[in-house]
Write a protein that binds this ligand. Structure first.
Ligand code: SAM
Ligand code: ZN
Length: 308
């Protein structure tokens, strides 16, 4: 498959004609500009609000700084407010533990799409798990261009491609991907269920990792004790798992939701990179996954798999 038969008009699924500086839908006539070779499918800002714009600006600012620094690929693809420490590394691993154990093989030689790539953490993970072709999409273009630069150098054997697309302008044909991978971003989508319905058409597997789950009163208690999570200090929307399970009831999509503990209290920070301590905390959290009530576990992985 070439990119011409992977991409289509997000509005009507029409075929796109390449007209040099833009791609034009042969069905509805909508034109999509090419920005430094990356097609942009986002119309009207993708409906994002002021707080989202602030977060995205910060992300772009830090990516600009990271370009100039001599950093490892893990540092380059980490989020700005999460400079790479042992604690962050273990926090990432904690979110992925279940995915890698149960679905890691799905990435081998696969065509993967990371939606909302940011600095490219998910794309980097997909490439390390053996993906053959990795597509990256984000609602704004600087992250996509940044990821293309950084990842092409770091993984010469993987093919990387990028598009600018929002959760409501998905420009891919059905059955294009083996895996659609979303890392810590789906809680930003204005209409997650609509996006998931589309996601399960374009990809056989949809793996959504490390999303903030609804904690109710428990959240207030954690905040009182100054516990930070994978999401740092961000006050963020939280995903309601019942609505996802209900949306796919009776369909050919299997839904598995796995909650886990990823707490790394802020007052651990002075211990910096003291690995044995974080390692012990990681093991404790993994044990607590089996003991504590699900509703106390703030982090959520969602796996949607289409049966043949
Ligand atoms: C918290 S960052 C996560 C980035 C990356 N996946 C990671 O884990 O390092 C959230 C990302 O979602 C993107 N985003 C926000 N709203 C979006 C939307 N409606 N559609 C697509 N991407 C969106 C932002 O631009 C940002 O890159
Ligand atoms: Zn169209």
């Amino acid at each position: 498959m070439t990119s011409t038969n992977i991409l289509c008009c997000p509005a009507c699924s029409g075929e796109l004609q390449d007209e040099g500086s833009k791609q034009v839908c042969s069905n509805c006539g909508t034109a999509y500009a090419l920005e430094e070779g990356v097609p942009n499918f986002v119309i009207d800002n993708g409906g994002i609000d002021e707080s989202e714009i602030k977060e995205i600006r910060e992300l772009i600012g830090t990516m600009r700084e990271m370009r100039g620094e001599n950093l490892s690929v893990i540092d380059r693809t980490s989020l700005p407010n999460r400079k790479h420490t042992k604690a962050r590394y273990l926090s990432e691993l904690k979110g992925l533990e279940d995915l890698i154990r149960k679905h890691g093989d799905a990435f081998k030689d696969a065509r993967v799409l990371e939606f909302s790539c940011g600095a490219g953490r998910g794309a980097r993970i997909a490439a390390s798990l053996g993906a053959r072709e990795v597509w990256m999409a984000d609602i704004v273009s600087p992250p996509v261009r940044y990821c293309l630069d950084v990842l092409k150098d770091a993984f010469p054997d993987t093919s990387f491609q990028g598009v600018v697309a929002a959760s409501d302008t998905v420009p891919f044909r059905d059955d294009t991907f083996d895996v659609l991978f979303i890392y810590s971003s789906a809680h930003h989508y204005p209409n997650l269920l609509e996006f998931l319905a589309k996601g399960t058409q374009i990809s056989r597997n949809v793996f959504i990792i490390a999303e903030p789950a609804d904690l109710g009163m428990w959240q207030k208690i954690l905040e009182f004790f100054n516990f930070s999570t994978e999401y740092g200090d961000a006050t963020t929307d939280r995903i309601d798992e019942a609505s996802i399970t209900d949306a796919f009831k009776g369909s050919n999509i299997q839904v598995k939701i796995r909650r886990c503990n990823q707490y790394f209290p802020k007052w651990f920070d002075p211990l910096g990179n003291f690995y044995p301590f974080y390692r012990a905390w990681f093991v404790l959290l993994s044990a607590l996954d089996h003991i504590l009530p699900k509703r106390w576990q703030h982090s959520m992985n969602i796996y949607l798999t289409r049966s043949k």
